[in-house]
Design a protein around this ligand. Structure first.
Ligand code: SAM
Length: 287
Protein backbone atom coordinates (compact mmCIF):
# COMPACT_ATOMS: atom_id res chain seq x y z
CA UNK A 1 0.00 0.00 0.00
CA UNK A 2 1.15 3.56 -0.66
CA UNK A 3 1.88 5.86 2.34
CA UNK A 4 -1.36 7.74 1.57
CA UNK A 5 -3.32 4.50 1.63
CA UNK A 6 -1.71 3.63 4.95
CA UNK A 7 -3.13 6.82 6.46
CA UNK A 8 0.29 8.35 7.04
CA UNK A 9 -0.47 11.77 8.49
CA UNK A 10 2.27 12.43 11.00
CA UNK A 11 1.55 14.39 14.16
CA UNK A 12 3.55 17.61 14.49
CA UNK A 13 1.85 19.39 17.37
CA UNK A 14 3.48 18.85 20.75
CA UNK A 15 0.39 19.94 22.73
CA UNK A 16 -1.61 17.13 21.08
CA UNK A 17 1.19 14.70 21.94
CA UNK A 18 0.99 15.95 25.57
CA UNK A 19 -2.80 15.46 25.69
CA UNK A 20 -2.51 11.90 24.40
CA UNK A 21 0.27 11.03 26.84
CA UNK A 22 -1.63 12.58 29.77
CA UNK A 23 -4.81 10.66 28.86
CA UNK A 24 -2.81 7.41 28.68
CA UNK A 25 -1.86 7.90 32.36
CA UNK A 26 1.34 5.84 32.13
CA UNK A 27 3.28 4.29 35.01
CA UNK A 28 6.91 3.11 34.92
CA UNK A 29 5.68 -0.48 35.31
CA UNK A 30 3.20 -0.32 32.40
CA UNK A 31 3.38 -2.36 29.22
CA UNK A 32 2.19 -0.23 26.31
CA UNK A 33 1.29 -1.15 22.75
CA UNK A 34 1.65 1.67 20.25
CA UNK A 35 -0.27 1.15 17.03
CA UNK A 36 1.16 2.83 13.94
CA UNK A 37 4.16 4.57 15.55
CA UNK A 38 5.22 5.92 12.14
CA UNK A 39 8.08 8.40 12.62
CA UNK A 40 7.76 8.20 16.38
CA UNK A 41 5.86 11.38 17.36
CA UNK A 42 4.45 9.60 20.44
CA UNK A 43 6.98 6.81 20.81
CA UNK A 44 9.75 8.66 22.67
CA UNK A 45 7.39 9.74 25.46
CA UNK A 46 5.89 6.26 25.70
CA UNK A 47 9.36 4.75 26.06
CA UNK A 48 10.37 7.38 28.66
CA UNK A 49 7.29 6.94 30.81
CA UNK A 50 6.53 3.21 30.77
CA UNK A 51 8.25 -0.11 31.39
CA UNK A 52 7.90 -1.88 28.04
CA UNK A 53 6.70 -0.67 24.65
CA UNK A 54 5.54 -2.88 21.80
CA UNK A 55 5.41 -1.02 18.47
CA UNK A 56 3.13 -2.39 15.74
CA UNK A 57 3.88 -0.73 12.40
CA UNK A 58 2.59 -2.05 9.06
CA UNK A 59 4.97 -0.05 6.85
CA UNK A 60 8.18 -2.06 6.52
CA UNK A 61 10.47 0.96 5.95
CA UNK A 62 9.13 2.75 9.04
CA UNK A 63 9.32 -0.46 11.10
CA UNK A 64 12.98 -0.90 10.03
CA UNK A 65 13.81 2.68 11.06
CA UNK A 66 12.18 2.18 14.47
CA UNK A 67 14.04 -1.11 14.86
CA UNK A 68 17.34 0.72 14.22
CA UNK A 69 16.40 3.57 16.61
CA UNK A 70 15.59 1.26 19.49
CA UNK A 71 18.26 -1.35 18.76
CA UNK A 72 19.79 -2.52 22.05
CA UNK A 73 16.76 -1.50 24.16
CA UNK A 74 15.29 -4.74 25.50
CA UNK A 75 12.16 -2.91 26.71
CA UNK A 76 11.16 -1.90 23.14
CA UNK A 77 10.03 -4.40 20.50
CA UNK A 78 9.03 -3.57 16.94
CA UNK A 79 6.54 -5.75 15.06
CA UNK A 80 6.18 -5.17 11.33
CA UNK A 81 2.55 -6.31 11.34
CA UNK A 82 -1.05 -5.39 10.58
CA UNK A 83 -2.74 -4.28 13.82
CA UNK A 84 -6.10 -5.48 12.45
CA UNK A 85 -4.81 -9.04 12.57
CA UNK A 86 -2.56 -8.86 15.60
CA UNK A 87 -3.41 -11.40 18.31
CA UNK A 88 -2.88 -9.83 21.75
CA UNK A 89 -3.63 -13.18 23.42
CA UNK A 90 -0.60 -14.74 21.68
CA UNK A 91 2.01 -12.08 22.35
CA UNK A 92 4.33 -13.06 25.24
CA UNK A 93 4.36 -9.55 26.79
CA UNK A 94 0.59 -9.05 26.61
CA UNK A 95 -0.44 -12.51 27.76
CA UNK A 96 1.61 -12.03 30.96
CA UNK A 97 -0.31 -9.14 32.50
CA UNK A 98 -2.16 -5.87 31.98
CA UNK A 99 -1.29 -3.53 29.15
CA UNK A 100 -2.42 -0.22 27.63
CA UNK A 101 -2.86 0.79 23.99
CA UNK A 102 -1.99 4.17 22.49
CA UNK A 103 -2.16 5.13 18.84
CA UNK A 104 -2.77 7.76 16.24
CA UNK A 105 -4.66 5.27 14.09
CA UNK A 106 -4.75 5.13 10.29
CA UNK A 107 -8.30 6.21 9.36
CA UNK A 108 -8.96 3.35 6.95
CA UNK A 109 -8.31 0.71 9.64
CA UNK A 110 -9.41 2.43 12.86
CA UNK A 111 -12.62 0.42 13.41
CA UNK A 112 -11.15 -3.05 12.84
CA UNK A 113 -8.09 -2.19 14.97
CA UNK A 114 -10.23 -0.96 17.90
CA UNK A 115 -12.54 -3.96 17.65
CA UNK A 116 -9.62 -6.37 17.36
CA UNK A 117 -8.40 -5.23 20.80
CA UNK A 118 -11.80 -4.78 22.46
CA UNK A 119 -13.04 -8.20 21.37
CA UNK A 120 -9.83 -10.08 22.17
CA UNK A 121 -9.56 -12.42 25.14
CA UNK A 122 -6.62 -10.29 26.43
CA UNK A 123 -8.22 -6.84 26.42
CA UNK A 124 -6.15 -3.76 27.27
CA UNK A 125 -6.78 -1.77 30.47
CA UNK A 126 -7.26 1.33 28.33
CA UNK A 127 -6.97 2.54 24.73
CA UNK A 128 -6.16 6.16 23.92
CA UNK A 129 -6.66 6.48 20.18
CA UNK A 130 -6.88 9.23 17.59
CA UNK A 131 -9.51 8.55 14.93
CA UNK A 132 -11.54 10.57 12.44
CA UNK A 133 -13.78 13.02 14.37
CA UNK A 134 -17.04 11.52 13.06
CA UNK A 135 -15.88 8.02 13.98
CA UNK A 136 -15.00 9.22 17.49
CA UNK A 137 -18.47 10.78 17.84
CA UNK A 138 -20.04 7.56 16.68
CA UNK A 139 -18.00 5.43 19.08
CA UNK A 140 -18.88 7.65 22.06
CA UNK A 141 -22.48 8.47 21.00
CA UNK A 142 -25.32 8.63 23.50
CA UNK A 143 -28.86 7.27 22.97
CA UNK A 144 -30.46 9.40 20.29
CA UNK A 145 -27.36 9.21 18.08
CA UNK A 146 -26.36 5.56 18.50
CA UNK A 147 -25.27 3.38 15.56
CA UNK A 148 -24.02 -0.16 15.10
CA UNK A 149 -20.49 1.14 15.80
CA UNK A 150 -21.59 2.86 19.04
CA UNK A 151 -23.10 -0.39 20.29
CA UNK A 152 -20.11 -2.45 19.09
CA UNK A 153 -17.69 -0.27 21.07
CA UNK A 154 -19.81 0.45 24.16
CA UNK A 155 -20.67 -3.21 24.75
CA UNK A 156 -16.99 -3.61 25.64
CA UNK A 157 -15.80 -0.22 26.84
CA UNK A 158 -16.67 3.18 28.24
CA UNK A 159 -15.81 5.84 25.69
CA UNK A 160 -14.64 9.30 26.72
CA UNK A 161 -13.80 12.19 24.41
CA UNK A 162 -10.34 13.67 25.09
CA UNK A 163 -9.70 16.41 22.44
CA UNK A 164 -10.50 17.41 18.88
CA UNK A 165 -7.51 17.80 16.58
CA UNK A 166 -7.63 19.97 13.43
CA UNK A 167 -5.87 18.94 10.18
CA UNK A 168 -3.07 21.55 10.62
CA UNK A 169 -1.60 19.47 13.44
CA UNK A 170 -0.43 16.83 10.93
CA UNK A 171 2.00 16.60 8.06
CA UNK A 172 0.62 16.11 5.49
CA UNK A 173 -2.72 17.49 6.76
CA UNK A 174 -5.63 15.08 6.27
CA UNK A 175 -8.86 16.22 4.60
CA UNK A 176 -10.86 15.54 7.77
CA UNK A 177 -10.78 16.51 11.45
CA UNK A 178 -9.68 14.04 14.11
CA UNK A 179 -10.46 13.38 17.76
CA UNK A 180 -8.74 11.55 20.57
CA UNK A 181 -10.85 9.08 22.55
CA UNK A 182 -10.11 7.15 25.70
CA UNK A 183 -11.73 3.71 25.73
CA UNK A 184 -11.81 1.90 29.08
CA UNK A 185 -12.81 -1.76 28.63
CA UNK A 186 -15.30 -3.04 31.20
CA UNK A 187 -14.45 -6.31 33.04
CA UNK A 188 -17.47 -7.98 31.38
CA UNK A 189 -19.50 -6.95 28.31
CA UNK A 190 -22.23 -4.49 29.35
CA UNK A 191 -24.86 -6.71 27.67
CA UNK A 192 -25.34 -10.37 28.63
CA UNK A 193 -25.53 -12.55 25.53
CA UNK A 194 -24.98 -16.17 24.57
CA UNK A 195 -22.32 -15.11 22.10
CA UNK A 196 -21.26 -11.81 20.65
CA UNK A 197 -22.19 -13.12 17.20
CA UNK A 198 -25.73 -13.88 18.36
CA UNK A 199 -26.20 -10.43 19.89
CA UNK A 200 -24.66 -8.50 17.00
CA UNK A 201 -26.77 -10.49 14.56
CA UNK A 202 -29.79 -8.75 16.10
CA UNK A 203 -28.15 -5.32 16.45
CA UNK A 204 -26.93 -5.33 12.84
CA UNK A 205 -30.42 -6.20 11.66
CA UNK A 206 -32.00 -3.67 13.99
CA UNK A 207 -29.95 -0.95 12.26
CA UNK A 208 -30.81 -2.21 8.75
CA UNK A 209 -32.93 0.88 8.05
CA UNK A 210 -31.71 3.31 10.73
CA UNK A 211 -33.97 6.20 9.70
CA UNK A 212 -37.10 4.09 10.06
CA UNK A 213 -38.96 3.25 13.25
CA UNK A 214 -37.51 0.28 15.09
CA UNK A 215 -40.15 -2.24 14.03
CA UNK A 216 -39.76 -1.23 10.37
CA UNK A 217 -35.99 -1.54 10.61
CA UNK A 218 -36.28 -4.92 12.35
CA UNK A 219 -38.78 -6.12 9.77
CA UNK A 220 -36.35 -5.11 6.97
CA UNK A 221 -33.34 -6.62 8.73
CA UNK A 222 -34.85 -9.84 10.06
CA UNK A 223 -37.04 -10.33 6.96
CA UNK A 224 -40.09 -10.84 9.14
CA UNK A 225 -43.60 -9.52 8.70
CA UNK A 226 -44.13 -5.94 9.83
CA UNK A 227 -46.84 -6.94 12.31
CA UNK A 228 -44.50 -9.51 13.88
CA UNK A 229 -41.72 -6.94 14.19
CA UNK A 230 -44.19 -4.50 15.80
CA UNK A 231 -45.32 -7.22 18.20
CA UNK A 232 -41.69 -7.97 19.09
CA UNK A 233 -41.08 -4.29 19.93
CA UNK A 234 -44.36 -4.08 21.90
CA UNK A 235 -43.28 -7.06 24.01
CA UNK A 236 -40.22 -5.05 25.11
CA UNK A 237 -42.47 -2.28 26.42
CA UNK A 238 -40.84 0.32 24.11
CA UNK A 239 -42.83 2.88 22.14
CA UNK A 240 -43.11 1.47 18.61
CA UNK A 241 -42.33 4.92 17.23
CA UNK A 242 -38.73 4.73 18.52
CA UNK A 243 -35.87 4.62 16.05
CA UNK A 244 -32.88 2.29 16.43
CA UNK A 245 -30.55 5.21 17.27
CA UNK A 246 -32.52 5.96 20.46
CA UNK A 247 -31.82 2.58 22.09
CA UNK A 248 -29.38 2.51 24.99
CA UNK A 249 -27.29 -0.57 25.76
CA UNK A 250 -29.85 -1.47 28.45
CA UNK A 251 -32.62 -1.22 25.81
CA UNK A 252 -30.66 -3.52 23.48
CA UNK A 253 -30.44 -5.97 26.38
CA UNK A 254 -34.25 -5.93 26.72
CA UNK A 255 -34.78 -6.31 22.97
CA UNK A 256 -32.21 -9.12 22.75
CA UNK A 257 -33.75 -11.00 25.71
CA UNK A 258 -37.22 -10.64 24.16
CA UNK A 259 -35.97 -11.78 20.74
CA UNK A 260 -34.27 -14.84 22.31
CA UNK A 261 -37.43 -15.64 24.31
CA UNK A 262 -39.41 -15.52 21.08
CA UNK A 263 -37.10 -18.07 19.44
CA UNK A 264 -34.95 -15.54 17.49
CA UNK A 265 -37.49 -15.00 14.70
CA UNK A 266 -35.79 -14.25 11.40
CA UNK A 267 -35.75 -15.38 7.82
CA UNK A 268 -32.51 -16.07 5.98
CA UNK A 269 -31.99 -13.32 3.39
CA UNK A 270 -32.57 -14.63 -0.12
CA UNK A 271 -34.70 -17.55 1.06
CA UNK A 272 -38.36 -17.69 0.05
CA UNK A 273 -39.06 -14.31 1.58
CA UNK A 274 -42.51 -13.82 3.04
CA UNK A 275 -44.53 -10.79 2.26
CA UNK A 276 -44.06 -8.13 4.94
CA UNK A 277 -47.77 -8.18 5.71
CA UNK A 278 -47.88 -11.93 6.24
CA UNK A 279 -47.49 -13.17 9.81
CA UNK A 280 -44.82 -15.65 10.81
CA UNK A 281 -46.39 -18.19 13.10
CA UNK A 282 -44.45 -18.81 16.22
CA UNK A 283 -43.18 -15.29 16.84
CA UNK A 284 -45.60 -14.90 19.75
CA UNK A 285 -45.12 -18.50 20.88
CA UNK A 286 -44.01 -17.78 24.44
CA UNK A 287 -45.16 -14.27 24.83
N1 SAM B 1 2.01 7.71 15.28
C1 SAM B 1 2.49 8.50 14.17
C2 SAM B 1 2.17 9.96 14.42
O1 SAM B 1 1.31 10.23 15.29
O2 SAM B 1 2.77 10.81 13.76
C3 SAM B 1 1.91 8.04 12.83
C4 SAM B 1 0.40 8.04 12.75
S1 SAM B 1 -0.23 7.78 11.12
C5 SAM B 1 -1.82 8.55 11.27
C6 SAM B 1 -0.72 6.07 11.10
C7 SAM B 1 0.42 5.08 11.15
O3 SAM B 1 -0.14 3.74 11.15
C8 SAM B 1 1.39 5.11 9.98
O4 SAM B 1 2.71 5.03 10.46
C9 SAM B 1 1.04 3.87 9.15
O5 SAM B 1 2.11 3.35 8.42
C10 SAM B 1 0.59 2.92 10.24
N2 SAM B 1 -0.36 1.87 9.79
C11 SAM B 1 -1.21 1.93 8.74
N3 SAM B 1 -1.96 0.82 8.67
C12 SAM B 1 -1.60 0.05 9.72
C13 SAM B 1 -2.01 -1.23 10.20
N4 SAM B 1 -2.97 -1.90 9.57
N5 SAM B 1 -1.41 -1.74 11.29
C14 SAM B 1 -0.43 -1.04 11.93
N6 SAM B 1 0.02 0.17 11.53
C15 SAM B 1 -0.56 0.71 10.44
Amino acid sequence: MTPQRLGQHFLEDSSVVDSIITAADLKPTDTVVEIGPGRGALTGELVNRSGRVLLIEYDTDLADRLEARYDGKPNVRVLNADAREFGSDLDPWLSEGPYKVVGNLPYYAANPIVRNFLESTRKPDSMVVMVQREVARDMAAQPGDMSLLSVAVQVYANAEHVIDVPPECFNPPPKVHSSVLKLSPTPEPTVRFESAEDFFNLVRKGFKSPRKQLHNSLSDGLFIALQDARQLVELTGFETSRRPATLSLADWQVLYDTWVKQGRPQQVAGSTRRKRTESIEGIHRDG
